[in-house]
Each structure stands twice: as structure tokens, then as C-alpha cells.
Design a protein around this ligand. Structure first.
Ligand SMILES: Nc1ncnc2c1ncn2[C@@H]1O[C@H](COP(=O)(O)OP(=O)(O)OP(=O)(O)O)[C@@H](O)[C@H]1O
Length: 335
């Protein structure tokens, strides 16, 4: 949008009393300035918008819901208001440490910027399906009091030349002007070095745009999370661009126990043999273990009990194991 059009849109939003739209266009102008290398002006506009927003915040008596993306972005971004915090996810020590770093740096980003430093904001979540990558992105957004935007890859990646890169630009522009956590799920679809064999040149262009946009976001405080089950598919040039790489793993024995305990409410569980339960959960993902615990609770409720036994849990965990076998046999069949 040209400056004249932006001024017109700002005047219109003011006439309609749409303050959020007004701020959003102001931030778009800031993003434009940042792209032209005018970082100080971009920062000044952003600071003015932040000040005006927080003034409005003190006047408001009820929390204001995050506003939905508009226009073309509506198809690309799925807005989720975070319902959880980091303490709700059961994570390994290394992932927790990385997240603590990000949270501290994001909370004290103004201080870091005053010293010419950029807070960590480009994160790669790598790990097996169901290990909590999406959940952790939501929890991180919750921790930072930010909206979570999930980028819909099926709308982003199209067959038409140049269109995917243009859509990516829309998403990154939004990240520049609206602070949030932006999650690119199944990121290997964008960042793969051997994807789209039918149009390698186009995927290269998309990847290059992605790399360029990653650099440009240095003036924003949005957090970019790319999640993948296949980190080895990612282009090396891309891997280097991330500030933090978080490796999600299959759950340890302690984690299995913690996940199950967190999902047994309202049941009591005085006599669980955890060794047996943990053994029955071998090779299951965090998500599968959550399902098994929830099913065990439902079965106990239906049989009008208020206690869960070791047998309840192992039965449900074994069911999950069996479902896994069926699934992998099916895949073997297809493959
Ligand atoms: N580490 C965890 N701690 C607690 N619950 C978890 C954890 N991981 C997964 N879960 C449960 O499983 C559900 C699905 O997990 P999630 O979608 O976050 O996994 P994922 O790694 O993003 O999987 P995928 O790669 O298939 O997208 C979560 O909503 C949560 O209920």
C-alpha cells in the first residue's frame, strides 16, 4: 500500500472508530520504514503505537479479545487465543532452558534493544509427532500474553508461480506490525531442500523469500516458531537462521508419570504401580499417553468409580500400542 492509501485507510478507520485498524495501519507504515532501512523511524512509530495501546488498555475495564486477521490473511492465519502456560506442558530440561531464555529476552527486549541487541525470536521446534510442539507454541504465547497465529500451510503453498512467496510476504508483514507468536507447523513443507520435485525452482524461490523475511524481522518483536518432524529435511542455510533450536524427544519415565498424573483428575490414584505403567507406555508419544489417561478416567467414571488402578491405565496404554501397530501396518501396505 502506498503512503497516500495508508493515510486514507487511517482516516477511514478513525471515522469508523476502529482504533485497532488505525494502529495496525500505523504499524504497517513502520514495517515499510524498517524495510527501507529506517529503523529508528520504525521503532519510533512502534513505540508510539505501544504507548497509545497501553493508555487505551488502562482505560478499558474488560480484557479486549485479540482481533482476527482480515482479508487475504484470514485464509492464511488461524488466530488462537492461548489457554495454557508453559507449566502445563511436560518438557525435557533442555527445551525448558531454551524457553526460559526466550521468555526472559522477550520480556526484557526493550533493555536488550537499548544495548543494540535483538531478543531471540526465531525458533525451530524439532521432534516426533505428538511430542508437544504445537502445544508449546501456544503455551509460549500464553506466557508472553500474545496471540498465537498458526499459518495454514495448505493455503500458503499453492501450485501457482510466485503466489506462495507473495503470501509469505503477507504473513511476514503481519508479523512485523502485529506482535504475536507465528507458528509454521509442518515447516518441512516450506523449508525442505528436496520438496516439490515437480517445481524445484519455485520452492527455491519460496525458500529464499523465507530466508530474506527471517532477516527482515529483526525490527519486530513477534516470535516466529517453525515446527517440524523431519529436521534433516531442512535446508542448511535455513537451519543457521534460527536463534534457538529446541529438540523435543519421546517422554522419559518421569515425564510419562507427570503427563498421566496431570490427566487423572477427578480420580484418586493411591495404589498405582508406576513401573508397570511406564513400561506399558514405551514408545508412545506424549499425545498418545494423554489420550490413554483420559480414556482410563472416562471408563472409571462410567463404571461409577472414583479411583484409577494400574490395570485401567495399562489397558488403555496397550490399546494405544495396538492402534499404533495397525497404523504402521497400514502405512507399510500403502508404501
Ligand atoms: N509435552 C507434553 N506435555 C503435555 N501434554 C502433551 C505434550 N505433548 C503433547 N501433549 C498432548 O498432546 C496433544 C497434541 O500434541 P501437539 O499437537 O502439541 O504435538 P506436536 O508435536 O505438535 O505434534 P505434530 O508434530 O503431530 O503436529 C496436546 O494438545 C497435549 O494434550
Amino acid at each position: 500500500m502506498s503512503n497516500a492509501k495508508q493515510i486514507l485507510a487511517m482516516l477511514r478507520s478513525q471515522a469508523e472508530g476502529d482504533e485497532e485498524q488505525f494502529f495496525s495501519i500505523a504499524l504497517q507504515v513502520a514495517a515499510g520504514e524498517a524495510r527501507q532501512g529506517h529503523r529508528a523511524t520504525a521503532e519510533e512509530i512502534r513505540a508510539a503505537v505501544d504507548a497509545a495501546r497501553s493508555q487505551r488498555g488502562t482505560r478499558a475495564s474488560v480484557p479486549i479479545a485479540f482481533s482476527r486477521p482480515r482479508g487475504d490473511l484470514d485464509n492464511l492465519l488461524d488466530l488462537r487465543e492461548p489457554q495454557i502456560r508453559l507449566a502445563d506442558a511436560v518438557l525435557n530440561r533442555s527445551v525448558k532452558d531454551h524457553l526460559e531464555t526466550v521468555v526472559v529476552q522477550q520480556r526484557r527486549r526493550d533493555w536488550l534493544r537499548e544495548h543494540g541487541k535483538t531478543p531471540s525470536r526465531r525458533l525451530l521446534f524439532a521432534g516426533p509427532p505428538g511430542s508437544g510442539k504445537t502445544m508449546t507454541a501456544e503455551a509460549l504465547a500464553g506466557e508472553l500474553h500474545l496471540p498465537l497465529f498458526v499459518i495454514r500451510l495448505e493455503s500458503l503453498i499453492t501450485r501457482f508461480m510466485g503466489e506462495t512467496a507473495a503470501k509469505l510476504r503477507l504473513v511476514f508483514d503481519e508479523a512485523q506490525k502485529r506482535r504475536g507468536v507465528y507458528l509454521f507447523d509442518e515447516f518441512d513443507a516450506v523449508g525442505s531442500n528436496r520438496l516439490a520435485t515437480n517445481d524445484v525452482a519455485e520452492m527455491r524461490r519460496v525458500l529464499n523469500s523465507f530466508l530474506q523475511f527471517m532477516e527482515e524481522t529483526s525490527a519486530t518483536d513477534s516470535v516466529l516458531v517453525a515446527a517440524t518432524n523431519h529436521p534433516s529435511l531442512l535446508d542448511r542455510a535455513l537451519l543457521r537462521r534460527f536463534d534457538e533450536v529446541l529438540q523435543f524427544e519421546m517422554p522419559s519415565a518421569d515425564e510419562v508419570r507427570a503427563i498421566i498424573k496431570a490427566h487423572l483428575s477427578p480420580m484418586k490414584y493411591p495404589k498405582i504401580n508406576w513401573k508397570t505403567v511406564v513400561a506399558a507406555a514405551a514408545c508412545l508419544s506424549q499425545a498418545e499417553i494423554v489420550h490413554a489417561a483420559e480414556e482410563a478416567v472416562k471408563a472409571a467414571i462410567l463404571s461409577e468409580r472414583n479411583q484409577i488402578s494400574t490395570a485401567d491405565l495399562t489397558r488403555e496404554l496397550r490399546k494405544r500400542q495396538a492402534m499404533r501397530t495397525v497404523f504402521s501396518e497400514e502405512q507399510g501396505h500403502i508404501g
